[in-house]
Write a protein that binds this ligand. Structure first.
Ligand code: PHE
Ligand code: ZN
Length: 878
């Protein structure tokens, strides 16, 4: 057990800061054996705070070398170094505080604060990393202007970067040099960044809507020089899009992007100096898959969009994290939707939400989009804050409509520019600009849990009315047993016998009725009557996934088949296919091997594979059977092995019955020509590789030859990795290991590709993968200090390889627990994230449940766990 209980921080305890910092002057002396940080802060008493409070600064892992007030050293009796910081009892109303600290970036494995990654220095300060660099009031409502001078050896670190504009540079003694940076915009310290290294610079330009020229610079290690184009092109598209859609123009003269190999998250929006995980920014056709190309475009845009939604207007405190993340994810999803296929983007977002966020929302870590408390804020960079937060903003967009939403966003940026604000301020701006009352809507920020909407209907032939009754409830979550009804925008359509959308008249005789309507569900139960309905319709419910809720309606399989081919809403077409497949798989749970699949599902898939008029991108998505993770989320008590076996049997039978169609589909979509990550080409490759995977699944010899050929002649990573994955997941033992060796040999010097090589193996559902996964941890390319490697082996195994992770002998759980404990002392953030697959143990069948619980208890028993892991494990077992 942990010796002392870590402290819980509550939103209700928020107080304005007693002191403000107007200006920070930093000087970094970077050496191999350590870094000296000189920090000079202009501080004044906050007129809005209670007077007479001591000055408290945060600090962790710092060696204090000097402390001055207005240039004079402070006597040891005048201050106190506490466990988490520094306290000065008596200060005047305005003064300059000087702090000198000595830190050890080369030993920093937590990857927060200043650290070294493959020979370069870089920083990560969100959420509370700045306190590992110097003493400072490390909270986002302290916004200061920063001036930063970086000094280092010139040969080793020719490039020295920080936020803003470079205002001075020069040479120093002993082969050292310096560059000084000045950021004119006040910012919270979590947006501070510094980079020093031997990097190549890729330059580009962007002319803003008002005609200003912006210098775009991307910095990477020399070996990655050829992997920058896609990120820079994405950046320019994002900059243009933000001007066109939100009227937001970039505000500094330089915008910099840096790629680093060791990074806890995807990327970071530091002012003017975005730092990226290499895997989220570097791409070339022969090393990055389509998925990587799309991810990079989205993340580059996301970080860029933060310049307004996050940096110019930031968060008052970390409970408001979704203020910047929810809004920015919404913005990047609109952008991706505009750049590619809107339906596909919606399907991807909804899949992530329904699979992973719904699981989080019904587990022990469930929390509102705006949490009320936390022990470690790093644990709250969650799907709920990001993805559900984005859905909440999306619902405001749906309720207000495009034009009023834009007015609201303009008002928000204008009213709060340069401020640190709350989610409530955001909603208020939306209300003020549109005149709409969003008071009930605010519950989306306050109540955790996924609302369930139950739908019943009645068709009255005589009266020609069709009645939909919607009722909602939000299940209890930790700390919230009673919930109020929420404001749910519920988009619907009614489909007539011939497959056309019927007019939706909420009043009899109304003319020009729309065929798509957003019903606003606000009560616990509400009835909507549609008039002049000539025939019994099939309802198309929650079109476009208009709210992050679960819908229950007793669809028959025939109705689902009907929707699959007739719904004018692409999302619901896909969804009908998913519901049908879920129903079929669930009905096969625990059934004998010979149980055959409903022939209607086979027919539906045959049609999808053969109809060449259909939207390829949609078909590619529709061919994916619901994942095991989703099927687990849908069960009250999950029997993972039964789910895996039922799903595999469905897949097998479909593949066996549809061999000809799969083969034809494969051949039809095999394109030559230059690689392009366009939506059509991506859909084509996805279809082709799905077909290949299915065919190999049933040990088709012809497919084996096709896979080998594709593997050998592929001109892009999507096809290369697609063929490799199919072979690895097949029973063709010899081909599998040959292909794996050849792939490694070819790409062993490229970390991003090696990560794919790891995750294809760790994620392989073939029986008994665990020993192979343990062997990967011994592979020379594996590195315990590199989060991407950990994610691509341990993360892929526990998060995607569910049949093996949930082995009935509980070996997967013990494996995970052991490595979480080992990682906790080097990188607690990564360790805590790996606990997630164990947290929902209560929702599993007994063997699993007990095994997962035992693993959690084993972790909990370790003395001196990090706050990070402690919080997740403790809450899970509570
Ligand atoms: N703020 C980053 C983003 O969403 C994520 C991040 C959080 C990165 C914490 C690092 C540390 O873009
Ligand atoms: Zn973000």
């Amino acid at each position: 057990m942990r010796t002392s209980q870590p402290r819980t921080i509550y939103l209700k305890d928020y107080k304005v800061p007693p002191y403000l910092v107007d200006h920070v002057d930093l000087r970094f002396e970077l050496f191999e054996e350590g870094t000296r940080v000189y920090n000079s802060m202009e501080i004044r008493r906050n007129p809005d705070a209670d007077p007479g409070q001591p000055l408290e600064l945060d600090g962790e892992g710092l060696e204090l070398e000097g402390l001055t007030v207005n240039g004079l050293p402070l006597a040891p009796s005048d201050f106190e170094v506490t466990s988490g910081g520094l306290r000065i009892e008596k200060v005047s109303d305005a003064f300059t505080l000087g702090v000198v600290t000595w830190i050890l970036p080369q030993d920093n494995t937590r990857l927060e604060g200043l650290y070294k990654s493959s020979g370069m220095f870089c920083t990560q300060c969100e959420a509370e990393g700045f306190r590992w660099i110097t003493y400072f009031p490390d909270r986002p409502d302290i916004m200061a202007r920063f001036r930063t001078r970086v000094e280092a050896d010139k040969a080793r670190y020719p490039i020295l970067l920080s936020n803003g504009n470079d205002v001075d540079r020069g040479d120093l003694e002993d082969g050292r040099h310096f560059v000084t940076w000045e950021d004119p915009f006040p910012k919270p310290c979590y947006l501070f960044a510094l980079v020093a290294g031997d990097l190549v610079e890729k330059r580009d330009r962007f002319k803003t809507q008002s005609g200003r020229d912006i210098d775009l610079r991307m910095y990477v290690e020399p070996r990655n020089a050829a992997k920058c184009d896609h990120a820079l092109d994405s950046l320019k598209r994002a900059m243009r899009w933000d001007e066109q859609i939100y009227g937001r123009e970039y505000d500094l003269d330089i915008f910099m992007i840096v790629a680093v190999d060791d990074f806890n998250m995807g990327a970071m929006e530091n002012k003017g100096l975005n730092i990226f995980n290499s895997s989220c920014v570097l791409a070339s056709a022969d090393t990055a898959t389509d998925a990587a190309f799309q991810r990079i475009e989205a993340i580059v845009a996301h970080e860029y969009f933060h310049n307004w939604s996050g940096n110019r207007v930031t968060c008052r405190d970390w409970f408001q994290l979704s203020l910047k993340e929810g809004f920015t994810v919404f913005r990047d999803s609109q952008f991706s939707s505009d750049m590619g296929s809107p339906t596909v983007k919606r399907i991807e977002d909804a899949t992530l939400l329904r699979t992973a966020q719904f699981a989080e929302d019904s587990g022990p870590m469930a929390h509102p989009v705006r949490p009320d408390s936390y022990i470690e804020i790093s644990n709250f960079y969650t799907l709920t804050v990001y993805e559900k937060g984005a859905e909440v903003v999306r619902m405001i967009h749906t309720l207000l409509g495009e034009a009023d939403f834009r007015k609201g966003s303009d008002l928000y940026f204008e009213r709060h520019d340069g401020q640190a604000v709350t989610t409530d301020d955001f909603v208020k701006a939306m209300e003020d600009a549109s005149g709409r009352d969003l008071s009930q809507f605010r519950l989306w920020y306050q109540q955790a849990g996924t609302p369930v909407v139950d739908v019943t209907d009645h068709y009255d032939e005589q009266a020609r009315t069709y009645t939909l009754t919607l009722s909602q409830h939000v299940p209890p979550t930790p700390g919230q047993s009673e919930k109020q009804p929420q404001h749910i925008p519920f988009a619907v359509g009614l489909i007539g016998e011939r497959g056309a959308d019927l007019p939706l008249k909420l009043e009899a005789g109304a003319s020009d009725a729309p065929r798509n309507r957003v019903l606003e569900l606000t009560g616990a139960e509400q009835t909507f009557v549609f008039h002049d309905v000539a025939e019994r319709p099939v309802p198309s419910l929650l079109r476009g996934f208009s709210a992050p809720v679960k819908v229950r309606y007793p669809w028959s399989r025939d109705q689902l088949l009907f929707l699959m081919s007739h719904d004018s809403d692409g999302f619901n077409r896909w969804d009908a296919g998913q519901r049908l497949a879920v129903d079929v798989i669930q009905s096969m749970l625990g059934q004998p091997q010979e149980q055959t699949v409903d022939p209607r599902l086979v027919t539906a898939f045959r049609q999808l594979l053969s109809d060449t008029d259909l939207d390829l991108a949609l078909v590619a998505k529709m061919l994916h059977l619901p994942s095991e993770a989703y099927l687990i989320e849908l069960s009250d008590v999950a029997d993972v092995q039964a789910i895996h076996s039922a799903r595999t049997r469905v897949l097998n039978q479909l593949a066996l019955e549809l061999q000809d169609e799969l083969l034809a589909c494969y051949l039809r979509n095999r394109e030559d020509g230059d690689y392009e990550p366009t939506p059509e080409a991506i859909a084509r490759r996805s279809l082709k590789n799905t077909a290949l995977g299915w065919l190999l699944h049933i040990n088709e010899e012809e497919a084996r030859l096709m896979a080998l050929k594709q593997f050998e002649s592929a001109t892009n990573m999507t096809d290369q990795a697609g063929a490799l994955r199919s072979l690895v997941n097949s029973d063709f033992e010899a081909d599998r290991s040959k292909a794996l060796d050849a792939f490694y040999e070819r790409f062993s010097d490229d970390p991003q590709v090696v990560e794919q090589w790891f995750s294809i193996q760790a994620g392989s559902p073939r029986a008994g993968t665990l020993p192979a996964v343990e062997a990967l941890l011994e592979h020379p390319a594996f590195d315990w200090k590199n989060p991407n490697k950990i994610r691509s082996v341990i993360g892929a195994f526990a998060g995607q390889n569910l049949a093996n992770f949930h082995a009935e002998d509980c070996s997967g759980y013990r494996f995970l627990a052991r490595h979480i404990l080992a990682l906790d002392s080097t990188n607690p953030q990564i360790a805590a994230r790996l606990v997630a697959p164990l947290t929902r143990w209560r929702n599993y069948g007994e063997v699993y449940r007990e095994g997962m619980r035992a693993a959690l208890e084993q972790i909990q028993a370790r003395p001196d766990l990090s706050k990070d892991v402690y919080e997740v494990v403790h809450k899970s077992l509570k």
